[in-house]
Ligand binder design. Structure first.
Ligand code: ADP
Length: 230
C-alpha cells in the first residue's frame, strides 16, 4: 500500500493548519485548566469533584490531540544514532508490557540474536513502534482471564535491511480500512485521531524504509517495517 500524493498534500495542509491554530487553542485550554484547578476545592465541597475530573481529563485529551497534530506537522530533522534495533525493541516491550497485560494481551519479542545496526532517529522510530503496538492492542477483542491476545515482535535480516514484524491476533481489518489505513484522519475508533499511521509512514519513508501490512478479518494483522542496515 503506497501513500499517495493526495495523502501527502493532506499531511502538508494539516501541517500548516495545525501550526497556525494549535497555539490559539492551547492558550485558552491552559487558562481553563488553571481555573478549574482553582475551583476544585469548591467543587469538592459541593460533592462535585467528579465534574472537575471529567473536565480535566477532557482538556488533557484535547491537548494530546493538539500535540499529535503539532508533532505530525513538524517532522523535525531526524537526529540519527547508530544502535542495534533490538535494544529499541526491548524498550518498546518494557514500555507497553504492563498496559498489554491489563488488556489481557501478551507481548513476545523474538529477536534475531546478531545485533542489527541501524542509523535512526530513536525518538521517531520509537513513536512508530509505539503507534503500531498500541494499535495492535486496540485490535484485541475483550478477553477473559486467559491471555488470548498475543503480539509478536520479531526481527530478521533481508538484503541489507532489517525487517521488523509486528504481528497481532486481533480483529483484523476489512478492505475499506486496509485501503485507507495511511490516510491522515482515517480512524475507526471513537477517540482516534487517525494520525498514527500516516505519521509513521512518513517517518519510515524518511529513514529510507518501507511499511507493509497484511491483515485478515477475524484473524489478525501483521505490519512489516524494513529499515536499511548500517
Ligand atoms: P488511530 O489509532 O487514531 O485510529 P491510526 O492511523 O494509528 O489512527 O490507525 C488508523 C486505523 O487503522 C485504526 O483506526 C484502525 O481501524 C486501523 N488499524 C491500525 N492498526 C490496526 C491493527 N493492528 N488491527 C486492526 N486495525 C488496525
Amino acid at each position: 500500500i503506497e501513500q499517495t500524493a493526495y495523502q501527502n498534500d493532506k499531511l502538508a495542509m494539516l501541517g500548516q493548519i495545525s501550526a497556525s491554530i494549535a497555539h490559539e487553542i492551547r492558550n485558552p485550554l491552559t487558562a481553563i485548566r488553571g481555573f478549574i484547578q482553582l475551583l476544585r476545592p469548591h467543587l469538592l465541597q459541593l460533592g462535585k469533584d467528579e465534574y472537575a475530573k471529567i473536565i480535566l481529563t477532557e482538556i488533557d485529551r484535547a491537548n494530546d490531540i493538539i500535540y499529535e497534530f503539532l508533532n505530525s506537522s513538524k517532522p523535525s530533522a531526524p537526529q540519527k544514532t547508530v544502535i542495534p534495533i533490538q535494544s529499541l525493541l526491548k524498550e518498546i516491550v518494557l514500555l507497553t508490557e504492563s498496559e498489554g497485560l491489563m488488556n489481557g494481551c501478551e507481548i513476545q519479542l523474538n529477536n534475531d540474536l546478531t545485533p542489527l545496526y541501524v542509523s535512526i532517529d530513536i525518538k521517531q522510530i520509537k513513536q512508530v513502534m509505539l503507534n503500531i503496538v498500541k494499535n495492535a492492542m486496540d485490535a484485541m477483542d475483550p478477553v477473559g482471564e486467559d491471555y488470548s491476545g498475543i503480539i509478536q515482535i520479531a526481527t530478521h535480516e533481508e538484503q541489507s535491511h532489517v525487517i521488523i514484524s509486528i504481528k497481532d491476533n486481533g480483529h483484523g481489518m476489512d478492505n475499506n480500512t486496509l485501503v485507507r489505513l495511511f490516510d491522515p484522519f482515517f480512524t475507526t475508533k471513537e477517540t482516534g485521531t487517525g494520525l498514527g499511521l500516516s505519521v509513521s509512514y512518513r517517518i519510515i519513508k524518511n529513514h529510507g524504509g518501507t511499511i507493509d501490512v497484511h491483515s485478515k478479518l477475524g484473524e489478525g494483522t501483521t505490519f512489516n517495517i524494513s529499515l536499511p542496515l548500517v
